[in-house]
Structure formats: structure tokens, C-alpha cells
Design a protein around this ligand. Structure first.
Ligand code: FO1
Length: 320
């Protein structure tokens, strides 16, 4: 397997992103993988700062995530949540007892003025994660889902309302003034970056908040670094989460081509190669017309070996 020389940057949100990050972490030498995590999903809840996309990456690479859900911790207990229910507190967002330790510890660190980056790096070290994991910014950026039921903070839409209200748009509060995480900005400006992998995450609520932050996508494009994206839609379906439903409600074709067109429209010239599943091979010509190369491979990641195989395909593409 040929590997890029220099650091590899993955942009990740949600469970699908964490799966590919695990495969990349397995295939790259320690320290070569850098992961930018979406923080648009973050929210203040029960006085705690909840960072789901950061925790999903850290728990997954730390080997302690709940394998069925993809988020939260394996072998969790729910005593505190049950006690909170007794107190009449919100219990729609399921925080397990051990997961709560992460949130309590993070809230204390942040209250002491520690940056989210430093807290994330500290937590990664404690979990034995060797990849460099960053929040996309140390400044708050919050995804707002514009729905027929009004504007909803992401977790209210995703968990409390179970993605039911039809969406007609998104906004990212704070994105206009938030700065790209400093080490990320330095990595992109260094000229050493070997490649960028946009993981199979939700394009609207995981990838867009990151790429629209602080001219990040223009910085990446100007850095001439190879950039590839893995389609989060396979045979018209999202493997997990509301991406397909959102695309239908936004009147976009619910296909890998629809995602490629979204990225081409928003970030012209950024993505060189679009990776699609074998079941979408016939879409290649339409995606090539958008100015992207197409790689057809197996993109459904069930087993660890699937994650490693897809990671290998991506890493070799960055070396072409
Ligand atoms: N997702 C759910 O669908 N239901 C939950 O109750 C829930 C709790 C939760 C707690 C901690 C955490 O890190 C993630 C959690 N998630 C839950 C997932 C979360 O909503 C993420 O935003 C999704 O993974 C999409 O990125």
C-alpha cells in the first residue's frame, strides 16, 4: 500500500465519519493522521458542553464506543439519567453514566479557561488515541436546522424531534466570526499536508459547517493539496442519519451525484476525486461532468476490515 508522505487530514462528523477515521488510523503510522471534527452538533445541555462528533471520534479510535449505536460508550449504565428523569430534567438526550464523566470533566476544564482543543487533545491522550484530533474551531459554531416547525438547534432536530420536521435550510451561528482551529490552520498553511479526506458524513450538518468556517475550503483549494470525498449516500440511501431525508426535502436528487453536485456548487474546484460505492458505478459519468474524478469501490463499512480497505483506497488515491 502506498501512503501519502506528510500528514493526512480527515474531516469527520457523525458515526460514518468516525468509521472511516478508524480505518485510516489503522492504516497510517502514529501521528500521521489528523482529524478535524465538526462542532456544529455541539450544544449546552444540563449545564454541560456536549461535543458529540469529537466524542464519537475519540471513543471510536479509543476502542470504547458502543458498536451498535456508533456514539456513546460500550457497556453503559443509565442510573444518572433515570435519577434526572425523577427530577423532571430533560432525558431525551441519552447520556450514560460513564459518558457523563467526560462531559463533567470537559465542562470543568472549559470553565477553567482551557480551550476545547486542549481538552480534546488531553482526552485523546487519556484514551490512547494517537491521531491528532481537533475541533474545527475553539470558537462556538452551532448548526441551526431550519424546518417547517421553526429553527431548531441540531440536537433538538436530530434527537428530540427524531429528524421528523421537514427541513428547508441550515445556518451555522457563529461561523462568520469563528477562527479555524489554530493547529489546523497551521497544518494547511505548512505545505506539508499530504492530502485531505472528506469522510462519508452528512454534507449539510457535518461537512458544510467545517468547510464554510474561516474560508477553510478556499485555504484547502489554494494549498493545491489533493482532496477527495467519500459519498455518504449509497444506492439512494444514507447508511445512517438524515442525509437522504434532508436531500429529498431540499429537492436534491438523493444520489451520490446529488452530493457531488452540492459540493461542486459550494466548493468549486476543491474536490478532485469522489469515491462512490460499486452500486453507484453508473453515476460516474454524471459526477465526472462536475469536474471530479470518480473512484468506484466498496464504501459500506460494516467490519473493521471494510474500514481499513476503504481507508487504503483513499490513501492510495491521495498518492496518485
Ligand atoms: N443520538 C441519538 O440519536 N440519540 C441520543 O440520545 C444521543 C445521545 C448522545 C449522547 C452523547 C453523544 O456523544 C452522542 C449522542 N447521540 C445521540 C449522537 C449525536 O446526536 C450525534 O450528533 C450524532 O451522532 C450525529 O452526529
Amino acid at each position: 500500500m502506498t501512503l501519502p508522505t506528510g500528514p493526512v487530514l480527515a474531516l469527520s462528523g457523525g458515526v460514518g465519519g468516525a468509521k472511516l477515521c478508524l480505518g485510516l488510523d489503522d492504516q497510517l503510522p502514529a501521528g500521521q493522521l489528523h482529524i478535524a471534527c465538526n462542532t456544529g452538533d455541539d450544544f449546552e445541555h444540563l449545564g454541560l458542553t456536549i461535543c458529540p462528533d469529537i466524542d464519537t471520534v475519540l471513543y471510536t479510535l479509543g476502542g470504547i464506543s458502543n458498536p451498535q449505536q456508533g456514539w456513546g460508550l460500550d457497556g453503559e449504565t443509565w442510573q444518572v439519567l433515570a435519577a434526572l428523569e425523577q427530577l423532571g430534567a430533560d432525558s431525551w438526550f441519552r447520556l450514560g453514566d460513564r459518558d457523563l464523566a467526560t462531559h463533567l470533566w470537559r465542562a470543568g476544564e472549559l470553565a477553567r479557561g482551557t480551550t476545547l482543543s486542549a481538552v480534546t487533545a488531553d482526552l485523546g491522550k487519556r484514551l490512547g488515541v494517537t491521531a491528532a484530533v481537533y475541533p474545527m474551531s475553539d470558537d462556538p459554531v452551532r448548526t441551526v436546522v431550519q424546518t417547517a416547525a421553526g429553527d431548531l438547534p441540531f440536537q433538538h432536530y436530530f434527537v428530540r424531534e427524531q429528524c421528523r420536521p421537514p427541513v428547508h435550510g441550515f445556518s451555522f451561528s457563529g461561523v462568520g466570526s469563528a477562527a479555524l482551529q489554530p493547529a489546523l490552520a497551521a497544518l494547511c498553511a505548512s505545505g506539508a499536508l499530504g492530502g485531505v479526506i472528506i469522510c462519508p458524513s452528512n454534507p449539510f450538518v457535518s461537512i458544510d459547517p467545517m468547510l464554510q468556517l474561516d474560508s477553510f475550503w478556499q485555504t484547502l483549494r489554494e494549498s493545491q493539496v489533493p482532496v477527495l470525498a467519500v459519498a455518504p449516500i449509497v444506492a439512494g440511501q444514507a447508511l445512517k442519519g438524515p442525509a437522504a431525508k434532508m436531500m429529498a426535502e431540499l429537492n436534491l436528487p438523493v444520489t451520490a451525484t446529488g452530493v457531488a453536485a452540492h459540493y461542486a456548487r459550494r466548493y468549486p474546484g476543491l474536490i478532485e476525486t469522489f469515491v462512490v460505492d460499486h452500486s453507484d458505478a453508473t453515476l460516474a459519468p454524471a459526477i465526472q461532468k462536475l469536474g471530479m474524478e470518480v473512484e468506484v469501490t466498496a464504501t459500506i463499512m460494516r467490519e473493521r476490515a471494510d474500514k481499513q480497505a476503504l481507508a487504503t483506497v483513499c490513501l492510495e488515491l491521495l498518492c496518485r
